[in-house]
Design a protein around this ligand. Structure first.
Ligand SMILES: Cc1ncc(COP(=O)(O)O)c(C=O)c1O
Length: 346
């Protein structure tokens, strides 16, 4: 931070370039284009692909509102598909139904969210999108450090959006995000879109936005990036402890990891049919459990959508995130588990 303050350069300077190079290398992709947030990363990624007004983009109905907001900001219309109840990610059958419906005709892209750090069903989603000639893009805001069949999330499709919001697995000290891609031309367009559409200083070639990463955030991210793998393994260890301890608690449904995948455990999410009472019970004992996300996208006024999304609605009513971060003290895990076990699940 001191280095940045002395440099006199505060936006899109040497720290940002170095972070872009280091982050891309950590994933094994050619380009990372740093932007101002994860929501911006979605918008800039879609615009970079030439997606905007008149196009449609499909997203899962069970996802944070940021996903819908980013898509709408690109000018595209949002279509929703349901999720797989057990995995929390986009359901290939529901996606197929959306893409085959009359509404699916103008769909240009599908945004698969690796929710909570669980890789989406990439091979099946790829089959469905390829059959319909539609782009399949990744939202990796919650999946830094996750792997799908040995490949890091973020490298599965043509491009991926990341967030470095302060609670994420790789976290800045404020808002920050990035789009990664192996496509040189796309990377060039992304760099234009993030800064007024400039192809040279003060000369715009396309419709762009102002979404630039600060040097301070890039400098912080450069310090933290080398610790990502260790932090994600700590998250996995904590998740394993929770699973071992809570296996016998029959009223709770524990998270499962998709086969041949490595979960990044951005969140450890259990399910209970009495979620709200359980949440109150935990809060009364000082346990900071929380709900990601209490209302599915189609149930929110801003994103109302036709269609039926039963798994998304069920999850919104049942999910509960237990405390999990790399610095969680070992003794906190039994305390949380005892409180869960003491709850009368009825
Ligand atoms: C899945 C997902 N996508 C996109 C975003 C947007 O990221 P940001 O908060 O950095 O705009 C978030 C985080 O809020 C997220 O969890």
């Amino acid at each position: 931070m001191e280095r940045v303050m002395r440099s006199g350069s505060y936006i899109l300077g040497e720290e940002v370039s170095a972070f872009e190079t280091e982050f891309a290398a950590s994933l094994g992709v050619r380009h990372a284009v740093a932007v101002a947030s994860g929501t911006d990363a979605i918008e800039v990624m879609l615009r970079g692909h030439g997606i905007g007004a008149g196009d449609k983009v499909v997203a899962p109905a069970f996802a944070p509102s940021a996903v819908a907001a980013g898509i709408l900001r690109s000018g595209a219309e949002l279509l929703l598909a349901d999720v797989e109840e057990e995995m929390f990610t986009l359901c290939p059958e529901s996606l197929e139904a959306v893409l085959s419906s009359p509404a699916g005709r103008d769909v240009k892209a599908v945004l698969a969210v690796h929710l909570y750090g669980q890789p989406a069903a990439w091979d099946q989603l790829q089959k469905v999108t390829a059959a319909h000639g539609v782009l399949l893009l990744e939202d990796c805001a919650q999946s830094h450090g996750a792997f799908w069949q040995g490949r890091p999330t973020g490298t599965l499709g043509s491009s991926a959006a990341f967030s470095f919001y302060p609670t994420k697995n790789l976290a800045a000290l404020g808002d920050a995000g990035a789009v990664v891609t192996g496509d040189d031309e796309l990377a060039g367009r992304l760099r234009q879109v993030r800064q007024y559409g400039w192809h040279e200083r003060h000369v715009s070639e396309c419709d762009g936005v102002n979404s630039r990463m600060d040097e301070l955030q890039a400098a912080v991210l450069r310090v933290k990036l080398p610790g990502l793998t260790e932090n994600v393994s700590r998250r996995r260890q904590i998740a394993t402890h929770y699973v071992l301890r809570l296996r016998s608690c029959r009223a709770l449904r524990l998270p499962v990891t998709r086969s041949r995948c490595e979960h990044a455990f951005h969140q450890f999410v259990v399910r209970s049919s009495r979620r709200d009472a359980l949440l109150q019970h935990l809060h009364a004992r000082g346990i900071p459990a929380t709900v990601h996300y209490p209302v599915a996208l189609h149930q929110q006024a801003a994103f109302r959508s036709n269609g039926s999304f039963p798994a998304s609605e069920k999850l919104a009513a049942e999910v509960l995130s237990l405390p999990l971060h790399p610095w969680l003290k070992a003794e906190a895990i039994p305390t949380v588990c005892e409180a869960l076990e003491a709850f009368n699940h009825g």
